[in-house]
Design a protein. Sequence first.
Length: 449
Amino acid sequence: MAKSKLEYIWLDGYKPTQNLRSKTKVINDFSGKLKDCPMWSFDGSSTKQAEGNSSDCLLKPVAIFPDPARDDAFLVMTEVLNPDGTPHPSNSRATIDDDDNDFWFGFEQEYFLMDVRTQLPLGFPIGGYPGPQGLYYCSVGGKNTWGRAFVEEHADLCISAGLNFEGINQEVAAGQWEFQLFAKGAKKAGDEIWIARYLLDRLTEQFGYYIEYHPKPVSGDWNGSGMHANFSNTTLRTCGSQEVYEQICEAFRPVVKEHIEVYGAYNDMRLTGKHETASINEFKYGISDRSASIRIPIATVEADWKGWLEDRRPASNADPYKVAAVIVKTVNSANITKAKAKATSKKKAAPKKVAKKATPKKATAKKKDDLTKVEGIGPKIQQVLNGKGIKTYTQLSATSAKKIKTILEGAGNRYKIHDPKTWPKQAKLAADGKWEKLKSWQDELSGGK
């Protein structure tokens, strides 16, 4: 009987900055798939997430990766739920409105490598300072570079874990480094940053280091640390319009306070208008402008305004889930005139397709499909849905996720924890006979990457 170690990872309830927590669950004959990771629980009274007289919080697995540092092991990113299955107030992942993964994010995570013994960044002598900034950025050689062996090992661990790891470089200050990750889907991007941070923090245990995520750990003429958020959606990737880009950027102006509130604690010490930052008290955007709040990359302009934007304000200690959630919300709120025109023309064309597919409904309605082929539906849930008249892929695809959620909640507590957001789309693929496409998507849902 094979045994596997599953490291369940979650965010605690500390404020203003949450911490990573984890514990190991040993499972027999584990398949390696997300769907086979059981729900678990922990003592929330020890993590500022519950009171002692009602301390249990639930851990819902949402992404899984192979653990490159342990044998027969996996890293399981989880969301924290209340005992009734609703998202815990500390669960920021649940606030992201990007169920179709239309938003793509590339995060640039900066951090300082700190020496446990001296409590100083690597390269900083006790009681003094190294030479001024200038020679450390992307440097090579023992005179100006510290911690490369650690950074290289972390990169290898991330790549072996299956993260979409895109690069590393030493940053502007001594002992300061950066890594980059990219993902299609806001939740997935957040999952991967947190797993990369977990691997980073765990690796320090072997080196006598620790990671300082504070955005300005060294006062004076030294760069702070950020987590620049590069983002796009279909509109930004395809519009080909400077006007549309400016309309989206302008949508950020009236909600500066809302963004700064979730862009990391002590960010006012970093966003001073110096050291490649915009002042925390102003909002501006510009082409290739690293002193702006939002930079429009020159690559986007050269591609005829088809690309992405970079929000340079998030701090290194920001929660990527919160950052992604507020960016998605703001971009979706933008008053885009051209996009509206396109949406109208699409709506006019749609009825033709629907009319053609309306006739076969009677034939399918009499047939009972195997709804368990939809990822997330088991025999018991199929019975619940059948009891509500949902017996075919076509019927399931025509039922909104919100209505399915109401059906599950009405069926009892054991069904409340299930998330049906992808079920209608999966059912549509099954109804259309697109089994290969469905399987490919389900593999992504099961693998979490």
